[in-house]
Design a binder for this molecule. Sequence first.
Ligand SMILES: Cc1cc2nc3c(=O)[nH]c(=O)nc-3n(C[C@H](O)[C@H](O)[C@H](O)COP(=O)(O)OP(=O)(O)OC[C@H]3O[C@@H](n4cnc5c(N)ncnc54)[C@H](O)[C@@H]3O)c2cc1C
Length: 354
Amino acid sequence: MKKTALTHKPVSLAVIGGGAAGLFAAMTAAERGVGCLVFERKARVAAKLLMTANGRCNFTKDISAERMLKDIGEPVASFVRPAISSCPPSAVAAALKSRGLRVKRMMDGRLFPASEKAADVAHIFGDALRDKGVPVVTNCPVTGIQPMKNGFIVATDNFTVWAKSVLVATGGVSFPKTGSVGDGQRFARELGLAVEPCRAGLVGCDTDDRAVLSRAGRRFEKAKASVIVDGREVFSSEGEVEFEPTGLSGAAVYNCTRHVARKGFSGWSLALDTPEGRHVVEKPHMRPVKVAIVTIGGVSMDEIDPSTMESRKIPGLYFAGEVLDIDGPTGGYNLTLAFATARLAVDALSRRRP
Ligand SMILES: Cc1cc2nc3c(=O)[nH]c(=O)nc-3n(C[C@H](O)[C@H](O)[C@H](O)COP(=O)(O)OP(=O)(O)OC[C@H]3O[C@@H](n4cnc5c(N)ncnc54)[C@H](O)[C@@H]3O)c2cc1C
């Protein structure tokens, strides 16, 4: 089919991806008076957001920016410092509360919609974009981005759009049915940007350890999981541990697998401290990225100016959310990262518009 150009004058901002980062970016752009258009690959936006915390959406944590950065750890913390400092957890909560979200705070500070329905968060974005008349083109995967002298040509299978700035917010590569299939990482590579290999962060692990498998179905809310490398405990996390028919899951286990993936350990063991005592699982197998809560890897942090989220090589091209090589622990950190990087990008591009 011949591609027709949809616009004769440029839209200020084309947002690619209607997930947490893309929707928060579009909502912010509408507030700042930046004309914008959202492209979404799937028939509906926010598929992954609706899955979060088993459909309850732990959208941030009631802690300071400093504390959040400390928990995120290096090398990500230094890169996201400007984003989290300008859009700390309190600002994420305020943005949603000011649009009518009633919020529930857990003892550990995690924030959820009081209804425990992720759909309430998705509706806030949907309503905000409808109110401001922001077009959201669904069922419309972007197939390529071409930098021009005066902006970008954003291509789909059927038409192209001319945009002054582009924000790539296409997510990681986990749960590909939600639409995050690695397109943004491909665009980055095609444009000559370095992309770190995508792998699982925050994921359960499988084992054939009989003591684990025989406990399948047990779940401990107050447990501890620790990573052991060369006989030394190198990381630990307190929280939920769940025994499953093939292995282990739960927040404490997820935080351990994230640490292992970030550090690149190959030989490691997982120590579990539960009310039933200590047990060490030798050489657990991390599950694949397609079932991970977050993707580690993506567009290299070195490629992006952390104070604007703009590509260092291609002015006007911005990235936000999980498409970047950024990730955090469980507990609302990853959505906060998506929201904060999205807002920083929009604030930066709205300042540099003529
Ligand atoms: C099971 C599960 C539970 C989770 N629970 C939590 C939680 O409770 N708290 C938390 O903080 N984090 C949680 N996360 C992580 C969090 O959901 C993600 O980090 C976050 O959604 C990333 O946002 P994003 O906008 O970068 O990517 P996504 O939310 O994945 O959005 C990307 C969007 O881009 C679209 N897209 C992709 N390619 C194209 C293209 N070529 N053209 C147009 N559109 C495209 C996709 O269809 C998708 O809609 C969870 C994740 C999972 C899988």
